[in-house]
Design a protein around this ligand. Structure first.
Ligand SMILES: NC(=O)c1ccc[n+]([C@@H]2O[C@H](COP(=O)([O-])OP(=O)(O)OC[C@H]3O[C@@H](n4cnc5c(N)ncnc54)[C@H](OP(=O)(O)O)[C@@H]3O)[C@@H](O)[C@H]2O)c1
Length: 328
């Protein structure tokens, strides 16, 4: 059974592992709603109560899926969702954290999720055109109205995290963190620890790469995000697979799966970190949840970190069109 972890010190407590629901509707392969809903229900049965979605996933269809999945189970789940992009004909056109857009998003999201409140509301990406105080001020009004319980930011810079936290306590930062993506360690992790903000670690499996099942970018269908992933292309793929052998080797040694090693590593980096591995299948979910009881020795951690050190991993984590939305 999963234990719980606190995110921030405003009272938000979630299962130590959450379920990333993005891939159920977006970015990774063909959706299978029936298996996705069965996966969500199984997560609840196994003591996982934290579910991550966003307006962008679909867009809209992932929130709608969660709405259906939690129809008679809403009080068993802690739902995180995110706003902050603008869309035209289902395509992202840019960022939009204008206060009117945030309020409209929340009204629409509550309908899609078939609920009266969002447990954790994230700004998905910092909007350089709207001061963070105005964004968080609007989010704070939604807390006062009872439509939102706790606030978070995603991929925000240190200075925006500080400014936001002064406006209204931020409970969680959701940013990429895994064995092969450790950009948060020098500045952001120490800052959020100073401010008592929890970390929701996204893509803890390196978008599937660390599980050993990832294919070369060109082998994914057009609709799969990983077709463009720089780390899965050409020479980068070859070098990164070589580096990720350390995960597979340790998994073999310990008679567990590579995904369990990657998740255990993230969990062991601090009690204030809640990884949200994504899957749309019960079989992977079971495996991933079992990782919570896996321990790694300091020597094992050292071997993994050396093999996948930032200077070893080849290629940026995003293409430039997506990187431009990251606030640093
Ligand atoms: N805030 C942000 O900007 C942001 C960005 C990206 C993601 N996220 C959130 O973080 C969540 C997790 O990140 P992610 O989905 O990008 O990447 P991830 O969790 O690192 O990896 C997901 C991929 O790994 C595969 N997988 C999962 N468990 C596995 C297992 N035991 N064995 C083999 N393969 C396995 C999944 O396969 P299947 O799909 O086939 O199950 C999927 O392709 C997302 O769902 C989303 O909620 C947030």
């Amino acid at each position: 059974m999963l234990k719980t972890r606190k995110l921030g010190n405003q009272g938000l407590e979630v299962s130590e592992l959450g379920l990333g629901c993005m891939g159920m509707s977006y970015a990774y392969g063909t959706p299978d709603d029936a298996e996705s809903i069965a996966t969500i229900h199984r997560a609840l049965d196994l003591g996982m109560n934290f579910f991550d979605t966003a307006e962008m996933y679909g867009p809209y269809t992932n929130e709608e899926l969660l709405g259906r999945a939690f129809k008679n189970k809403r009080n068993e789940a802690i739902i995180a969702t995110k706003f902050g992009f603008s869309f035209h004909n289902g395509q992202v056109t840019g960022l939009n954290s204008h206060p009117d857009n945030i309020k409209k998003f929340v009204e629409d999201s509550l309908k899609r999720l078939q609920t009266t409140h969002i447990d954790l509301l994230f700004q998905h990406r910092v909007d350089p055109n709207i001061p963070i105080e105005d964004v968080v001020g609007t989010m704070s009004d939604l807390v006062k109205e009872g439509k939102v319980r706790f606030l978070g930011l995603s991929e925000a810079s240190a200075s925006n995290i500080r400014r936001a936290h002064k406006t209204h306590p931020i409970s969680a930062l959701q940013s990429e963190y895994s064995l092969w993506e450790r950009n948060l360690e020098p500045e952001i992790l120490p800052l959020i620890r100073e401010l008592n903000i929890g970390l929701v670690a996204y893509s803890p499996l390196g978008r599937g790469f660390l599980t050993g099942t990832a294919k070369r970018a060109e082998e994914y269908p057009e609709s799969d995000y990983r077709r463009k992933d720089p780390r899965m292309q050409g020479e980068n793929y070859t070098r990164n697979m070589k580096a990720a052998e350390a995960v597979q080797n340790l998994a073999k040694e310990k008679n567990v799966s590579p995904s369990q090693i990657a998740i255990a590593w993230t969990l062991l980096k601090g009690n204030d970190i809640v990884p949200i591995p994504g899957t749309k299948r019960r079989v992977y979910l079971d495996e991933n949840i079992a990782a919570a009881s896996l321990s790694l020795s300091n020597d094992e951690i050292h071997v993994l970190e050396k093999a996948l050190a930032p200077e070893v991993v080849s290629g940026p984590r995003y293409i430039p069109e997506i990187f431009k939305f990251i606030d640093r």
